[in-house]
Design a binder for this molecule. Structure first.
Ligand code: ZN
Length: 399
């Protein structure tokens, strides 16, 4: 009784009741956790196909058909495969095969059927000159392998000089072509560890195999790949064509009167950074575009006067060239322009002491000394890039 009296004030203490409730709740949580664990432990091992939806029978089906004009994604969706899976399958195929190759190709697909729904498992696609195999692993669709007829890879460990080393195993015309491609792409011929050359062999006698890819590994671990497509050579890792090297032309035929760097400003008479080059071009001298591009700025301001900016997309960013103090604005924003086309005339609009051209270059928005940049690789067209990537991905799959 005495202890009960002593406990009374605590029992009516709300804080105490609150904590009691929490511990009760925790106990409940613990118990339910134990039940879940026990239940999991009782579950028998089930095969992957049964995992889709338990208790509902799963059938494995083989579906075979020919891809028509409608394309590969429609073909798969006609097989009753869910759209998100169709998108993944199509994406994986397009990494290595151009859509045009797929017309008339035969697809053999293995699907799981459950509740009238089809779940993709694996497929073979056999087309003219190629065969590919795709498989579903977890929730991803993986391109397992690709076979391409007549496509062979010469693998060679280089011993000393590249030319001498490959000459022992390849016909001379092929050796010449390899050396020519390496030089055109500006690749070093020294310290090469090994070389892979992918080529299309010809069934006709006396016809030289066509080299389609060169993969070179250097002793320092550097890797360079050259892809040959159409009449051009490409770098499939940096996404440019070695044939798309653009030289920036001098914008005007005049001598340099002030170079890039710190100087005393001719008008303001204070020390200031000169972010371009001045050409002493007399009033009215024609000014020409340094490279193909698009007009991204055409405006008048107090410092620059009449100003034109051209943007030249490169494989890894953009280069802009700026032309200031022009007599008037002849171009409009978003106008396309070709290298060497007239963009205006030398003038003295803006802050100048005499007519001249102020010429500046920015790389990704940052001013650079125009003398430090003479060339750049232009950006590839999307369809060109896709074809190069497909070729390279197919090679990676084969090798
Ligand atoms: Zn200037």
């Amino acid at each position: 009784m005495a202890s009960f009296v002593r406990l009374m004030p605590r029992l009516i203490n709300f804080t105490y009741i609150f904590f009691e409730l929490i511990s009760l709740f925790r106990l409940c949580l613990f118990m339910s956790g134990c039940i879940v664990i026990l239940k999991l432990a009782n579950v028998p091992k089930i095969s992957q196909s049964n995992m889709i939806l338990s208790n509902i029978p799963v059938k494995q089906l083989m579906v075979k058909h020919v891809i028509g004009h409608e394309g590969v994604s429609i073909s798969f969706s006609k097989e009753g495969i869910a759209l998100n899976q169709v998108a993944k399958i199509t994406q994986e195929i397009e990494k290595v095969i151009p859509p045009s190759w797929l017309y008339n190709a035969v697809i053999s697909t293995k699907v799981f059927e459950q509740n009238g729904q089809h779940k993709f498992d694996e497929c073979y696609i056999t087309g003219k000159g190629f065969k590919i195999f795709l498989k579903s692993i977890d929730d991803n669709i993986i391109l397992e392998w690709i076979q391409r007829e007549k496509r062979e890879i010469f693998k060679h460990k280089v011993n000393g000089n590249l030319r001498n080393s490959i000459s022992k195993s390849l016909p001379m015309p092929m050796v010449h072509t390899i050396m020519q491609y390496m030089q055109k792409a500006g690749k070093s011929l020294h310290n090469i560890h090994n070389i892979n050359v992918e080529y299309e062999s010809s069934s006709q006698k006396g016809v030289m195999p066509k080299i389609s890819l060169i993969d070179v590994k250097y002793k320092n671990g550097e890797n360079n790949v050259i892809v040959q497509l159409g009449k051009k050579l490409y770098d499939p890792m940096k996404n440019y064509s070695y044939d798309d090297l653009v030289y920036l032309n001098k914008p005007v035929n005049a001598r340099v009167s002030s170079s890039y760097g710190w100087r005393i400003h001719p008008v303001l008479k204070i020390k200031r950074m000169h972010r371009g080059i001045d050409y002493a071009a007399p009033l009215g001298t024609p000014i020409y575009a340094s490279a193909d591009g698009i007009v991204t700025r055409a405006f008048v301001c107090r410092g620059y006067g009449n100003y034109i900016e051209l943007t030249h997309p490169t494989y890894n960013g953009k280069i802009t060239t700026g032309y200031a103090h022009l007599t008037k604005l002849l171009l409009n924003k978003n106008q396309k322009i070709k290298k060497g086309e007239l963009i205006g005339y030398s003038g003295n609009t803006g802050m100048t002491t005499a007519a001249h051209l102020h010429y500046e270059i920015k790389v990704d928005g940052k001013f650079v000394n125009p003398n430090s940049i003479k060339t750049f690789y232009k950006k590839m067209k999307n369809e060109e890039l896709r074809a190069v990537k497909q070729h390279y991905n197919a090679y990676k799959c084969i090798k």
